[in-house]
Write a protein that binds this ligand. Structure first.
Ligand SMILES: *Cc1c(COP(=O)(O)O)cnc(C)c1O
Length: 488
């Protein structure tokens, strides 16, 4: 047996690395990423259908070890610099995130030292870092009670799922009650809320689409009427989901009046701030003397809140957060005792395992903690203020080019469309989007609201500044000029 073990050792040791190997690989890797970042300003934001990565399948996985240079070349050809390029300053589609370099360093550090951040007993320091970040987020939303806490997730969808499962358990909705239980939200709710309802075993729940006003905000009087009617007919209304920054147009539902209703009728109140929540850091003054922060008034009364730092805090994909006003709700939903964890009891800090679906996980708290420590929260505040003002600047400027616009950007999304002199406006704007995509310097996406096709601009890349917006306006001006000549 010893002979066999000895024979395996040199082959198994290939998974360890030598100093020289690490030096060589790091030089190649840093050279590659530096080249990527330095040429980023000239790269396209959208390389539409240039390479769909099909040749990757010609190289079987794990059969013939390759050199680092060949691997990086393969990655560049098939992954970075093709299709949507999220780090681009001219990425204005969907909800951009970007991926700040600080967080890449944090991920590297977390991966090399690999602390077990799921359990206080395993690494109190790592858990404290994670918990510090959660408390910083609690402070941001105005959760002042020590009872308020949360959990870091892989993204907004899992944060919403965690909140909905907590609402289900806290409100004692068991399988027997599902068919007579009711949830309320508007059509503008993010689709992952519907997915989460299914995953949480609430597929048969009754869904009430609450009507919206002309700015696509929930009509609170209608909400109240619906709840009263449902209660009167013996149903079990238990959950309201409001959006604090809809993905489509970035408006915030009237949170304070909704909180009043949730309180009055004893419903769980969840706020999905995956896109908008980060703007609580902003101190931009609105034209009417109010502030951006005041637009969120009432969020601090929500039972649960979803945030998504890989959007509004510009991190690379992989960090969401669920916050709850009363941490007991997350314990009720997730806490477990296992015999093999019997050594792990500790009270000093909440342990992530007890309030999460996950057990082992990436030390993801570091990827927000390290950037905040390195850059300071003021840099984030300035960037978020800038994004709002850029969206408002665009909203005004694009009208001067003859475009029609959607709601005034409460946050950083503007919708707009050009009405041609003749012909179908929807078809015209679809064609316009195709021309923008074919050009590739800018990436924007579209949406349809009440049958009307809109092009969207979401400013949320930390690299987007006035220059990129002005360049895009010049490009749009030129496009509609050309398109109009073609059409007339
Ligand atoms: C992006 C988004 C989500 C989903 O978050 P992921 O991190 O993509 O899972 C949920 N709600 C809103 C409002 C969003 O904008």
């Amino acid at each position: 047996m010893k002979q066999t073990i000895k024979a395996l050792e040199p082959v198994a040791r290939q998974l360890e690395t030598t100093i020289d190997q690490r030096a060589e690989w790091m030089e190649a890797l840093l050279g590659h990423t530096e080249q990527y970042l330095r040429t980023l300003p000239e790269q396209k934001a959208f390389n539409y259908r240039t390479n769909e990565g099909r040749t990757l399948s010609e190289i079987p996985v794990g059969k013939h070890p390759m050199g680092i240079d060949a691997i990086l070349e393969l990655y560049k050809k098939n992954v970075s610099e093709v299709h949507i390029n999220p780090p681009s300053a001219r990425h204005f589609g969907y909800i951009p995130g970007g991926g700040i370099f600080h967080a890449a360093m944090a991920d590297y550090l977390a991966a090399v030292t690999n602390p077990y951040a799921g359990m206080y007993f395993a690494n109190p320091g790592a858990v404290r870092i994670e918990n510090q970040v959660i408390r910083w987020l609690c402070e941001l939303v105005g959760y002042t009670s020590p009872q308020s806490f949360g959990n870091l997730t892989s993204g907004g969808s899992i944060a919403n799922l965690t909140a909905i499962a907590a609402a289900r358990d806290w409100m004692n909705v068991t399988s027997r009650d599902v068919e007579r239980s009711v949830v309320y939200f508007t059509r503008q709710v993010h689709h992952c809320v519907l997915k989460a309802l299914r995953t949480a075993g609430l597929r048969e729940v009754i869904i009430r689409e609450v009507p919206m006003d002309k700015n696509l905000k929930m009509k609170v009087a209608d909400l109240q009427e619906m709840i009263e009617t449902d209660k009167a007919s013996g149903l079990n209304p238990f959950l309201i989901v409001a959006s604090a920054g809809t993905t489509d147009v970035g408006i915030i539902d009237p949170l304070e009046p909704i909180a009043n209703i949730a309180e009055k009728y004893n419903l769980w109140f969840h706020v999905d701030g995956a896109y908008g929540g980060a703007f609580l850091l902003s101190d931009v003054q609105n034209a009417d003397g109010t502030t951006v922060k005041q637009q969120f008034k009432g969020i601090e009364r929500a039972d649960s809140i979803t945030l998504d730092p890989h959007k509004g805090f510009f991190l690379p994909y992989g960090l969401g957060a669920v916050l709850v006003k009363n941490i007991d709700a997350l314990y009720k939903s997730n806490s477990f005792k296992a015999n093999y964890l019997q050594d792990a009891d500790s009270d000093e800090e909440p342990t992530p395992n007890d309030i999460s679906i996950e057990l082992s996980k990436h030390f993801r708290g570091l990827r927000l903690w390290l950037p905040l420590q390195l850059a300071g929260e003021n840099a984030f505040k300035a960037a978020l203020n800038e994004k709002i003002l850029l969206a408002r600047y665009f909203h005004e400027a694009v009208q001067k080019l003859g475009f029609e616009v959607g709601p005034y950007p409460e946050l950083s999304i503007t919708t707009y469309r050009f009405i041609p002199k003749e012909g179908d406006a929807n078809a015209y704007n679809k064609q316009l989007l195709r021309r923008i995509w074919d050009d590739g310097r800018f990436f924007v996406s579209s949406t349809t609201i009440a049958g009307v096709y809109w092009i969207r601009l979401c400013v949320l890349s930390f690299r987007s500044h006035l220059e990129e917006i002005d360049d895009y306006l010049i490009f749009l001006k030129q496009l509609v000029k050309e398109e109009n000549m073609v059409l007339s």
